[in-house]
Design a protein around this ligand. Sequence first.
Ligand SMILES: Cc1cc2nc3c(=O)[nH]c(=O)nc-3n(C[C@H](O)[C@H](O)[C@H](O)COP(=O)(O)OP(=O)(O)OC[C@H]3O[C@@H](n4cnc5c(N)ncnc54)[C@H](O)[C@@H]3O)c2cc1C
Ligand code: SF4
Ligand code: SF4
Length: 388
Amino acid sequence: MSSKNLESESPSPTGKGPKELRDEVLDAGLCTVCGMCLGLCPYLEEMGENVAFISDCRGDQGRCYAVCPRTATDLDALRKATIPDKQTDFVLGPHASIWMARAKDEEVRKKAQYGGTVTALALFAIETGRVDTALLTAWSQDPDEPHASSPLIAKTREEVLSASGSKYTASPTLKVLDGILRESGEKVFVVGRPCQVLALRKRMQIEDPTFPVERIGLVVGLFCMWSLSYRDFEKMIRPLTGDDRLSRIDVPQGRFVVETDRQSLDLDHDTVRTHSRPTCQSCFDFTSELSDLSVGSTEWKDDWNTLIVRTEAGRSFMDDAVEKGWIEVEPFPEDRLQLLRQASLTKKRRVLEQIDAEAAKSGVTPYLKIPQEEKDFILRTHGPGTEE
Ligand SMILES: Cc1cc2nc3c(=O)[nH]c(=O)nc-3n(C[C@H](O)[C@H](O)[C@H](O)COP(=O)(O)OP(=O)(O)OC[C@H]3O[C@@H](n4cnc5c(N)ncnc54)[C@H](O)[C@@H]3O)c2cc1C
Ligand code: SF4
Ligand code: SF4
């Protein structure tokens, strides 16, 4: 028996369902491969690096549509439901404070992408019993797809460490979350890209006893400007690296650096970016605005992270992690803050202009509903971009 629920058992609050998911997202090439719908419905399957219906779903409503980050989304309502005690900041989303942060443990920093804040927070959560499991993203174990990424349900230090480092391809990590909550009774620490955090928050809005939201221990969102199609990336990288496995990818200013155990390749950023997933062009969120804690690079000090505290749960978790010596934090410098704001604003402006232009051409309402005041602010604020 499938461990997934049948869609028809719980209708979507939007009145739309599988037909609209297919028309508006899957056939339109807008799936971010967040994985959220895959855990809900036995008719949806991962196909290569896309998602498809494997047989006809006869439901005319469905949670698959309601949870998707590329279907109708009232961003303001979602912000108010998720972070009710904070006014939003139109550029960085609702937040309480911003820090420089890093893991105190040197082994963590050595393995991690930058300061190892995410890995240290996941270890803190598991090793102090705050959660049972961390839902992370590791390199794929499939020998035919070595540069793809996939979900990892981590319970031990070794498992958490094995997921450290950024994979710049889109992993459907959330596909296992429904199963964990439905079947294991465990409390989970979730790490995801902004599109995944959006899908998770939409899922959390649906009343469903099989998805007990109190067992989502903490939601940590990564900063994200774009992700790669792994098939295209594979085609580009394989002639250069042969059968070597990648040990690290980094995107320092204007570069794209790929390392294997034997070599380091410095690739042209703009060329690599042509292989980014088309749906990333419609992504309004750079800093995971609906997470409890958001983590990104500092674009300055490689062994530190930027850490944005958003919710009360995030604040108390960070305070505990600092107090008990798992991470250290320093004030975020004002000049770096301006650069961070500029990077986020540049992404938002580009996306708003594009989705508005597409809506004007097609007559179809954009998936994202944003207050007019916020749109006006983003479109009239100008300055040099600093995208990764
Ligand atoms: C596709 C992508 C694009 C990014 N773009 C930017 C950017 O433009 N600017 C910026 O400042 N930061 C960006 N980041 C975030 C940055 O690369 C680091 O993940 C972040 O700074 C945390 O660093 P760390 O040292 O704490 O990471 P670590 O402690 O090494 O932890 C990294 C965590 O990321 C998770 N992870 C890795 N790959 C993925 C993936 N594909 N999907 C979901 N989760 C994943 C792993 O589960 C791991 O727990 C991006 C990350 C990804 C995955
Ligand atoms: S919910 Fe996620 S995986 Fe499913 S169609 Fe939407 S973007 Fe794709
Ligand atoms: S840019 Fe947006 S849609 Fe693309 S992977 Fe990052 S968060 Fe997801």
